[in-house]
Unconditional design. Structure first.
Ligand code: IPE
Ligand code: IPE
Ligand code: MG
Length: 259
């Protein structure tokens, strides 16, 4: 009974926080592009005496909720960081679990995402992933390709430095081939060679788990993004955390170096 009580109380508290933050959101001034570093799954599990993979599974539920809320709010672009080029350093069993989870997520969610008009895109090097993951991701991109709703990007085997390096190589190749003149290389051109070529830069980058770093995420694109961090661990990230981040974002004065 005590367990039931505390669950009920937690839900009520969550709902109150949600309503409180939601009432403060200015719907005419929403961030166009929100990017989230989904961090803290392992710690969430360890705190509960569970294996790390349980944290990743709980993180998947938080992701499902995030996509729904952003869609309902009318956010145009949502990008989530799911696996970095550095995450290969983790034990093989954890990497393999994450890849399987990804396939499971896509198989479970694709129909609903498609139904909601969401457009799925992967940022990163897909062809280095296990075959099953590659197939699931290509399928998600192909099925949702023509959708007109929220653009949902999953950064997977993604590294900001690697993305920039790839762009530099491609541009150099085109210069060597005489297709681009040196003088034509500017910020706009470089942006066209990134995974995010036709997307606006993120307005708001959210990082839960208490860490205050980018960890190689959207290095070029986040030059003037607003950063919002919280000690909440990703699996515990709820609607009211997103609302709080948006309200905080809306209070900021973005100067872009001007006055
Ligand atoms: C984020 O959670 C998920 C991935 C990086 C794939 P972590 O697994 O990094 O969780 P912590 O940071 O160890 O708690
Ligand atoms: C960043 O989290 C990558 C993802 C969330 C996918 P990490 O847990 O890998 O980052 P660090 O190691 O704390 O910088
Ligand atoms: Mg981490």
């Amino acid at each position: 009974m005590a367990g039931f009580d505390s669950l009920l109380n937690r839900k009520l508290r969550g709902k109150r926080a949600e309503d409180e933050w939601e009432s403060q959101i200015d719907h005419n001034h929403l961030p166009q592009h929100i990017a989230v570093i989904m961090d803290g799954n392992g710690r969430w599990a360890t705190l509960r005496g569970l294996p790390r993979y349980a944290g990743h599974r709980a993180g998947m539920s938080a992701l499902k909720e995030l996509v729904t809320i952003c869609g309902e709010l009318g956010i145009q672009v949502l990008t989530v960081y799911a696996f970095s080029t550095e995450n290969w350093k983790r034990p093989a069993e954890e990497v393999s679990f994450l890849m399987d989870l990804l396939v499971e997520y896509m198989e479970r969610e694709l129909a609903e995402l498609h139904h909601k008009g969401v457009q799925v895109r992967i940022l990163g090097e897909i062809d280095e992933l296990p075959l099953l993951a590659q197939q699931a991701l290509h399928k998600a991109e192909n099925v949702t390709h023509g959708n007109q709703g929220m653009k949902f990007n999953i950064a997977l085997n993604y590294g900001g430095r690697r993305e920039i390096l790839k762009a530099v190589r491609q541009i150099a190749q085109q210069v060597l081939a005489g297709e681009i003149k040196l003088e034509q290389i500017n910020e706009e051109l470089v942006s066209c060679f990134l995974y995010t070529k036709d997307l606006p830069d993120p307005d708001l980058v959210i990082r839960p788990s208490g860490e205050q770093r980018l960890s190689n995420f959207l290095l070029w694109q986040s030059a003037y993004s607003e950063f919002w961090t919280s000690s909440v661990l990703w699996p515990d990230f709820r609607k009211h955390h997103l609302f709080e981040a948006i309200v905080d974002y809306q209070k900021r004065h973005r100067r872009y170096g001007g006055l």
